[in-house]
Design a protein. Structure first.
Length: 195
């Protein structure tokens, strides 16, 4: 009886120790910005505020949906920072590279000539039977220090189809969607500033 009990304990312990290791967490950042056209300086200073987001869009786990209703989080695939900070930093860097302003800050400065606010409405991978894509929807607003009403307040949407279903292609597609939105936003901002 005692031998049987010891054998059971030994088997239980060896079964526990032979479990496969847990998967490794993976962290992703958006690829470096490239090919941004240099413009002329149009304002002296811009503040890009940390983007706002509700619920899951504030978290670092990459989101996906297979029915456009239920959002799910990848367990082992995360952004290096929250999407609210990633997109704020990306827009600030985009504006710096364009040379639109002498100074582009990623904090709020009350005396900045323009203050840009953003809200993430959607930032997810769409997994559908016929094709896979990423879907990004952002609300962007620009306030001017010299005017009381916002000078630009618009929702931007981009869907980018994935060439394959690798996570690297997913991250590149997110970057492409965000960069397309920021390019559209930039062109509209320049037109308003010039007017």
């Amino acid at each position: 009886m005692r031998c049987s009990l010891l054998l059971c304990c030994f088997l239980a312990l060896t079964a526990c120790s032979s479990q496969a290791p847990l998967p490794t967490d993976h962290y992703y950042r958006l690829p470096e910005l490239r090919d941004v056209n240099v413009d002329e300086q149009r304002v002296s200073s811009i503040s890009v505020i940390t983007f706002q987001a509700a619920g899951l869009y504030q978290e670092r786990a990459i989101l996906y949906t297979d029915n456009e209703i239920e959002l799910k989080q990848y367990h082992y695939h995360h952004w290096t920072d929250s999407p609210t900070r990633l997109l704020q930093e990306r827009l600030a860097e985009r504006l710096r590279l364009s040379n639109i302003s002498k100074l582009v800050l990623n904090t709020f400065e009350g005396n900045s000539e323009l203050i840009i606010k953003g809200q993430i409405k959607a930032f997810e991978r769409l997994q559908q039977k016929e094709s896979e894509s990423v879907y990004v929807k952002l609300l962007l607003q620009v306030n001017s220090n010299s005017k009381h009403a916002p000078i630009l307040h618009k929702e931007y949407v981009q869907t980018v189809t994935l060439p394959s279903n690798t996570i690297a292609d997913v991250i590149k597609a997110f970057a492409e969607a965000v960069d397309l939105i920021f390019s559209d936003f930039y062109m509209e901002l320049v037109e308003i500033i010039k007017a």
